[in-house]
Design a protein around this ligand. Sequence first.
Ligand SMILES: Cc1cc2nc3c(=O)[nH]c(=O)nc-3n(C[C@H](O)[C@H](O)[C@H](O)COP(=O)(O)OP(=O)(O)OC[C@H]3O[C@@H](n4cnc5c(N)ncnc54)[C@H](O)[C@@H]3O)c2cc1C
Length: 433
Amino acid sequence: MAPVIVVGAGPTGLTAAALLARHGVDCVIVDRRPAPHPQPRAVHLDDEVCRILASIGVADEFTAISRPGQGLRLLDADMRVLAEFRRAAAAGRHGFPEANMFDQPDLERILRRKVSVVDGVEATELTQHGDHVRVNGERFEYALGCDGANSFVRKAIGASMRDLGFAQRWLVVDIDTDKDLGQWDGVHQVCDTKRAATFMRVGESRYRWEFRLQHHESAADYQDLARIRPLIAPWTKVEDLRLRRVAEYTFRAQIADKWHENRVFLLGDAAHLTPPFIGQGLGAGLRDAVNLTWKLAHVRDARLPASVLDTYQIERLPHVRTMIRLAKLLGVAMTEGGEFGNLLRRVLMPRLHLVPGLRNRVLSSETPALRRSELVLRPRFRRGLAGTLCPARNPDQLITVTPESHPDLADWLRKGRARAAVVRPDGVVLQSV
Ligand SMILES: Cc1cc2nc3c(=O)[nH]c(=O)nc-3n(C[C@H](O)[C@H](O)[C@H](O)COP(=O)(O)OP(=O)(O)OC[C@H]3O[C@@H](n4cnc5c(N)ncnc54)[C@H](O)[C@@H]3O)c2cc1C
């Protein structure tokens, strides 16, 4: 059998390749860069995504390079606290902290230890031929396009990005210092139309700031510490700071109109772009990888029919769309509405704790259940457990969970009003009765 090709060795491609290897699928992963991307980007992953890292055997390494996030603080332009949501427990229902702060190059480094990447190879030609795909003239059984926002694979299958109506320019500043800035260890979100901002501690000596740029500004105005100082002054006056990098990003909300054509699939930023306000962009790519790879492995060795590959887009697209809408909502709530918006935030946010259940919803890392599909069997008008994540490590194969077989999950079954649940290798409940 020809191998599977993964185009792009960002976090999505690396995870997909490691998962394919775990399922015994022969796979080749290529990246056009001569070496890994050195710059920081993503800084947050939730506990659902930590399970995926655990299933490829890098949970301990990830714990070593990450620190638990303490919650969220909403501030006004004068740095007055409007609302605060603190996380109480050290670990959530999946056994990992619900918010984890880290540096993306560190994550890519530990993922690269699990696979062997062919660097410096750009995919420039992709054609489909019934029972195989050719990439740069070589034959593969399937191709996974994990080649980022400007995906070549997406163009090759004639898919295009649909804009979900969000584009904001932000300045992203990463700073190293051995001094403790003495700041609260959660995410600080300055809600202000003129200068919305985010601050968080990412690692032992790494701090991240993000500032919304005004129309007349660009990153060129902030290329050295002296010019960045006024922006970060509300958090620190420490002298001993090292500027790791400063960059301008346009945060966008987009989803590809087609994620799959015959033997070619799109994953990660190639299929969707999420504004980073809820830290879910990279996580979405890893969720794509875990959703698709076990299905591909089962179809390859004829344990499942090829039709189940259609469930990849059916399940993942609505999930991603919901997370993008949530990110947009937070972005708009933080930044829009001019002076009236600022006034509204000053009046409403200090009262948020009065809204029943809101604290738990803000802090909860639980994401929506997957949509019904050939592999999520749920009656149309009953919720049940199907499509949700079973709170245990991902199994290697389909398993049936009952109170007798898994006493530690008896409570979970009872709360889900189920006597038994069939759990897929990606940890998603296929059916509960
Ligand atoms: C400022 C910022 C903050 C962010 N914060 C968060 C956060 O807190 N949490 C979160 O979850 N996400 C966050 N994100 C998003 C996250 O960084 C991305 O979603 C993530 O990097 C996407 O991973 P990927 O593997 O899909 O794509 P990429 O990381 O873009 O990797 C694609 C790879 O494909 C390679 N490639 C491209 N074309 C070809 C080709 N033709 N042939 C071969 N190789 C090719 C590229 O060289 C690259 O290595 C943030 C993003 C930014 C910019």
